[in-house]
Structure formats: structure tokens, C-alpha cells
Design a protein around this ligand. Structure first.
Ligand code: RTP
Ligand code: MG
Length: 149
């Protein structure tokens, strides 16, 4: 089954939106297979956003991710990588559709509440970066019988 890496960024945790955000993934029908809160090291943040290391916002982005605790998660389900990106919404919350997490709760691109892997390959890389094998569950909720044909 497909898996994706989701992180509630420091602004989402500080604003008390952890429950609201997790609730959206649960209500959609995805399965939580990994969950932890942590303070992110500079090394981890830099590796996570390595693809953006030449961009002007890179330093500020790393500072922000390390500034306060985050909640890291792995969610599982058919098509979860692309679907999670839809639940999250566009990078700039002002352009994100209402009904999406960024569209409903954010107003600035740097404080956009949540990260989601952008492709299946990236998801695998990010899951391996943030979680060890033993931190991840392998389980099938009984409710899946009412979610998948
Ligand atoms: P993320 O990786 O955090 O899930 O966000 P994303 O895919 O929607 O956007 P991405 O292009 O990967 O950018 C990573 C994060 O960098 C910040 N950003 N700032 N100031 C700017 O122009 C700018 N552009 C991007 C955002 O916080 C974005 O989430
Ligand atoms: Mg991205």
C-alpha cells in the first residue's frame, strides 16, 4: 500500500491545529502508520529540504522548521501521496482553495502549516529520513473493508 510523509510545521503546532489536521486525514479514510513530535535538528531540516538548498528562502525555511516542535507522520492508503497534496492545498495559502488545510487556515507562504511529500519516490526517501523501520506500523484497520471495493 502507498505511503506518504506528512509534517505539521511549527506554526501548525503552535496554533493548536494538530488535532484538526490529523482529523482531516483520518476522516478521508487514510491509515496512520507512524506519528511522533520532535524538535528538528538543523541537519535533518537541511536534508529534508535539500532540493531547495540553492533557493533564496532556504536559510529562513530551515530556521523556521527548527524554531519550535513539529509533528511528523506517515499515512497509508491508495493514492495517498497525490491525495494528501490535494488535502493540503497550494504552497501559497492565499492561492489555496477553501476546503484545503492551507486554504482554510493560512495566509502566508512561509507559514503554510504542513508539508506533504510531492511524489511516491520522494515519499519513500522522506519516510526513511524521518522514521526508523521499527517506528512504523504494519496494520490494516477493519474499517478498510468499508473504504475499498
Ligand atoms: P512543502 O515542501 O513544505 O510541503 O511545500 P510545497 O511542496 O508546497 O512547496 P515547495 O516548493 O516544496 O517549497 C517548500 C517550502 O518553502 C517555502 N517557500 N517559500 N518565499 C517563497 O517564495 C517560498 N517559496 C517556498 C514554503 O513554506 C514551502 O512550503
Ligand atoms: Mg515541497
Amino acid at each position: 500500500m502507498e505511503r506518504t510523509f506528512i509534517m505539521i510545521k511549527p506554526d501548525g503546532v503552535q496554533r493548536g491545529l494538530v488535532g484538526e489536521i490529523i482529523g482531516r486525514f483520518e476522516a478521508k479514510g487514510f491509515t496512520l502508520v507512524g506519528l511522533k513530535s520532535l524538535s528538528v535538528s538543523r541537519e535533518l531540516a537541511e536534508e529534508h529540504y535539500d532540493v531547495h538548498k540553492e533557493r533564496p528562502f532556504f536559510g529562513g525555511l530551515v530556521d523556521f522548521i527548527c524554531s519550535s516542535p513539529v509533528v511528523a507522520m506517515v499515512w497509508e492508503g491508495d493514492g495517498v501521496v497525490a491525495s494528501a497534496r490535494k488535502l493540503i492545498g497550494a504552497t501559497n495559502p492565499l492561492s489555496a482553495e477553501p476546503g484545503t488545510i492551507r486554504g482554510d487556515f493560512g495566509v502566508s507562504v512561509g507559514l503554510n502549516l504542513i508539508h506533504g511529500s510531492d511524489a511516491i519516490e520522494t515519499a519513500q526517501k522522506e519516510i526513511n529520513l524521518w522514521f526508523s523501520e521499527k517506528e512504523l506500523l504494519s496494520w490494516e484497520p477493519t474499517v478498510n473493508a468499508w473504504l475499498y471495493e
